[in-house]
Design a protein around this ligand. Structure first.
Ligand SMILES: Cc1ncc(COP(=O)(O)O)c(C=O)c1O
Length: 401
């Protein structure tokens, strides 16, 4: 077992489940109704209930559940008309899915550098990336920290751009009185194994626009109209449906979420104050206007000079060896092999992208490159530990000086 796996064992492990999830899952199996389709014609009691509950939970009018958080981004992009030759502006500091979903629509991702304090997309850099081909923006609320959505929406409206918020890290994050996912045309979530709400895999799309919701439904369910007979395929669509197994587990996980979310927020505040008091350590700064953070991961940035010139990988490995679960954050997208090589999809012209070959040089993305080289992240379940445990991390980091 690696140090990283060992380290995870000394803190709360994830996922947290009980007899409720086992019973819910067993009930689905025993019912023989394992899939979801159009209401009234097909099965899907748990999925339809989950969609209703999750929409309420994020204060949105509509929710469409899908099988993972990657297709959750792809489907609203398609529904909003993003396709061949279009450009979509995406944060450079995120999991690859935020951009691979764009590639899947035959559009081209354009990477935007980040704000060095909040670590999310720097909205002041968006306008410089807009071209006549730009069709949409994907703000990613990294670590649950909201992007400055009021400013971003002003830019989007001025330039007639669609906005799909990637909220895979931001269940329950709230910015200036509104839950994330409700600022843009659509918001997307992931319920993959490591997420704060999980069924192993899963995704959801929220929107407040009924027409868009119906279109998203149809694209996700083989081009069917909601409430129509199963062999009517009025448009092109594919099968992105969530299963009854996933929804039954998610409904139970949602009941556990409020207490966990509250504890994570309390512990994050406690931990943040202690970490920020160490010279050479700085935690991700909540974007001004943030009211709640989902805290999927908890990134901190260190100053190597204050720690004897330590590198990022030595830093997190030292923590792992001492029983503290940490990892590096996401390698910036512009430098990933797939984006350096520009051989993504046949017949698509990527030559105008701001990445690929020499354009992927780190010097073109200075902030994210610097931040990535000296940041590490803690998993959200660590914020469910006791404050004594969090103190022990603070003490250990101090001892590295
Ligand atoms: C920011 C972000 N967006 C999208 C996804 C994709 O979600 P999924 O793994 O459910 O496909 C992830 C997954 O980790 C993510 O971190």
């Amino acid at each position: 077992m690696s140090f990283k796996q060992e380290a995870k064992k000394s803190f709360p492990e994830w996922p947290i489940y009980g007899d409720e999830e086992i019973k819910a899952l067993t009930n689905v199996i025993k019912s023989g109704k394992w899939w979801c389709g159009s209401p009234g014609f097909h099965q899907g009691e748990n999925v339809w209930k989950f969609q209703e509950e999750f929409a309420k939970f994020q204060s949105a009018k509509h929710c469409i559940a899908v099988f993972n958080g990657t297709v959750a981004i792809e489907v609203p992009l398609l529904a909003l008309g993003v396709g061949l030759g279009d450009e979509v502006i995406v944060s450079d500091y995120t999991f690859v899915a935020s951009a691979s979903a764009v590639v899947a629509t035959n559009a081209v991702p354009i990477f935007c550098d980040i704000d060095p304090d909040t670590l999310v997309m720097d909205v002041n850099k968006i306008e410089g990336l807009i071209s006549e081909r730009t069709k949409a923006i994907i703000p990613v609320h990294l670590g649950g920290n909201p992007v400055e959505m009021d400013r971003l929406m002003e830019i989007a409206e001025k330039n007639n751009l669609k906005v799909v918020e990637d909220c895979a890290h931001a269940h329950g994050s709230k910015y200036k009185g509104r839950y994330v996912g409700n600022w843009g045309h659509s918001g997307t979530f992931s319920f993959q194994a490591s997420k704060v709400l999980t069924a192993g895999e899963g995704g959801a799309i929220i929107t407040n626009d009924e027409k868009l919701a119906d279109l998203i439904y149809s694209i996700s369910d083989c081009g069917r109209k909601k409430n129509a007979h199963g062999y009517n395929h009025y448009m092109y669509g594919s099968n992105y449906r969530m299963t009854e197994y996933q929804a039954s587990v998610l409904l139970e996980q949602m009941k556990k979420f409020p207490a966990q979310h509250k504890l994570r927020n309390e512990n994050a505040k406690y931990f943040m104050e202690k970490l920020n008091a160490i010279d050479g350590i700085r935690v991700m700064k909540p974007t001004p206007g943030t009211e709640e953070i989902g805290y999927y991961v908890y990134p901190i940035v260190f100053d190597p000079k204050e720690f004897g010139g330590i590198t990022q990988s030595k830093f997190y490995k030292k923590l792992n060896r001492n029983g503290i679960p940490t990892d590096n954050c996401y390698p910036p997208l512009h430098g990933l092999d797939c984006f350096k090589k520009i051989e993504l999809r046949k017949g698509i012209d990527y030559s105008k992208a701001n990445w690929g070959g020499e354009k992927s040089d780190d010097r073109n993305f200075p902030i994210v490159t610097d931040i990535y080289s000296r940041s590490i992240e803690f998993p959200h379940e660590m914020l469910l530990a006791s404050q004594e445990k969090l103190d022990s991390i603070v003490d250990f980091i101090k001892s590295l000086k």
